[in-house]
Write a protein that binds this ligand. Structure first.
Ligand code: IPE
Ligand code: IPE
Ligand code: MG
Length: 244
């Protein structure tokens, strides 16, 4: 069981999570296929991964494919999987060069064998990355992650054990989400990181994901720093006591 393993320390910094939404609309508004939007979305992934370390981000979790996205037309699902595979295969050198450690969360048993191999390979090759922990959520459902962990957890174990099972990151420690961003004007969670986002600051933007720039990430992080996090407590002399 994962819980017996000792994960590496988290890369220091904020944990930012992004629901990368609006690819389909980006394509459609240009008279293109929705998949064109997904392809353009990969460029935005590159931009945020590159910008993140300088903005004080240690972990970046990106929602790439939800467990409910299997409901989409077959061609779109196939297109998305091909785009994701290409990213996992061809990005390795750049990730290693930039010190980015990539891991994937979500179910793997419904992915193709080739995709599973690509995931294992990129995780292994980037395992030494110290500048950013980039997590891609593929076939991910937060409810499923929580249900699966709950089924294995026994109540003589601590909630910390439960948390670890839900987060399901056996290789490297991952803190709760500090800042959750959703693009494209939608303001919902769509079953993403429900446990981990309990005290996340939320940031919504009308910008469609393929148009999301490093400046947008920077603006969101700036907004985050202007927020006063209370974690259920009260402000102490204008400054919050750290939790724990
Ligand atoms: C987000 O963009 C990417 C995935 C869900 C894979 P969408 O494909 O949901 O784009 P819209 O929301 O239909 O515009
Ligand atoms: C959430 O976006 C999933 C991803 C961004 C991968 P959706 O576009 O699938 O979510 P809903 O259907 O609008 O809630
Ligand atoms: Mg959408």
């Amino acid at each position: 069981m994962h819980t017996s393993l000792q994960p590496a320390d988290a890369i220091p910094g904020l944990h930012v999570a992004i629901i990368m939404d609006g690819n389909g609309r980006w394509g459609t508004r240009r008279g293109l296929a929705r998949t064109a939007g997904h392809r353009a979305g990969v460029e935005a992934v590159r931009r945020v991964a590159e910008a993140a370390p300088d903005l004080g981000i240690g972990a970046l979790t990106l929602f790439a494919f939800s467990s409910d996205n299997w409901r989409r037309p077959r061609e779109e699902v196939d297109g998305l999987m091909a785009i994701l595979r290409a990213y996992l295969r061809f990005e390795i050198a750049k990730l290693v060069e930039s010190g980015v450690r990539l891991t994937v969360i979500g179910r793997r048993d419904r992915l193709s064998a080739r995709m599973r191999q690509d995931i294992t390979r990129v995780e292994r090759k980037t395992a030494g990355g110290q500048n950013l922990h980039l997590r891609l959520a593929i076939d991910y459902s937060a409810r499923a992650a929580i249900a699966q962990a709950a089924a294995r957890w026994t109540d003589d174990q601590s909630t910390e054990v439960l948390r670890r099972m839900i987060v399901n990151s056996p290789q490297v420690e991952v803190p709760d989400v500090d800042l959750l961003i959703r693009t494209s004007g939608e303001q919902r969670l769509s079953d993403f990181l429900l446990w981990e986002s309990a005290y996340a600051e939320l940031w919504f933007t009308e910008t469609l994901w393929p148009d999301f720039a490093a400046e947008d990430l920077s603006a969101a992080v700036e907004h985050f720093h202007s927020r006063q996090r209370r974690f259920g407590g009260v402000p102490v002399a204008g400054v919050m006591e750290a939790r724990g």
